[in-house]
Design a protein around this ligand. Sequence first.
Ligand SMILES: Nc1ncnc2c1ncn2[C@@H]1O[C@H](COP(=O)(O)OP(=O)(O)OP(=O)(O)O)[C@@H](O)[C@H]1O
Ligand SMILES: [Mg+2]
Length: 281
Amino acid sequence: MTPTLSTTATLSTDRRDSHRPDGDRPDAPRPDGAKLVVSSVTKVFRRRGSITEALQFVDLHVDEGEFVCLLGASGCGKSTLLSIIGGLEEATSGSVRVDGDLVVGPGADRGMVFQGYSLFPWATVAQNIDWGLQVARWSKDRRRDRVDELLGIMSLREFANALPRELSGGMRQRVAIARALAPEPDLLLLDEPFGALDAQTRRHLQDFLLGLWQRTGTTILMVTHDVEEAVYLANRIYVMSARPGRITQEVTIPFDRNRGAGIKRDPRFLDLRDRLAELLG
Ligand SMILES: Nc1ncnc2c1ncn2[C@@H]1O[C@H](COP(=O)(O)OP(=O)(O)OP(=O)(O)O)[C@@H](O)[C@H]1O
Ligand SMILES: [Mg+2]
């Protein structure tokens, strides 16, 4: 039997029956006031005669200033969903709206950090950060100031002219986050940004991202399969089933934004972590 989170003080909601395709769901995500609304999104890949149903009626929303994590096992469709939200992949059916506008392609309103390293290998750190600003047609002066600001925030100033291959993994991920943040997107989409890093660097960057969210209040949707990372960073978590990916649980985290590593010893943190881990198997 699939374990579920009980409806106790952890405020969990079982969402397993929330994927009826008729658009008449009593618990459909709030269309008003949300930064991001994903409604009944499905995705079927057809390739050389084989059919893969990656996503099945996914509903979710992210409100302004929220940090939401999407948690699920490998292959459940997390990257596919993030690509659809980023406008890089088309949904088979359903819709994605940002600030009420239908997403039909990539846009400067959404910054994306892809799974794995995705910097331009031939471009320097500064040029990588500058890329999105050029696309968004910022003026030369504004671009220079913004790149310099981000190099400072990310502690990368002395590596401004280095190439990605000359950086450590953690530094590359900081560049990737800086590149996504540069054009001041309304919504930051992160696909397992720390997946390939060692435990210590990962913790360091988690704290860095938490600090960034605390300072800027940027709206963040982050994919991870690390339960502890999700409970530490998010104010809300969606849990996805194995493929075809559906949202099976929605969990509100009972810690406010001004949290620190101390919550990792809080019994509520440990309880949530253990029960989510059990849920993911
Ligand atoms: N372009 C594609 N063509 C065909 N099938 C695809 C394509 N992209 C993804 N898939 C399939 O869709 C399913 C979901 O893949 P996806 O990459 O979204 O999973 P994921 O949850 O991000 O996994 P992981 O945690 O390993 O990154 C998988 O079965 C994958 O093989
Ligand atoms: Mg993935």
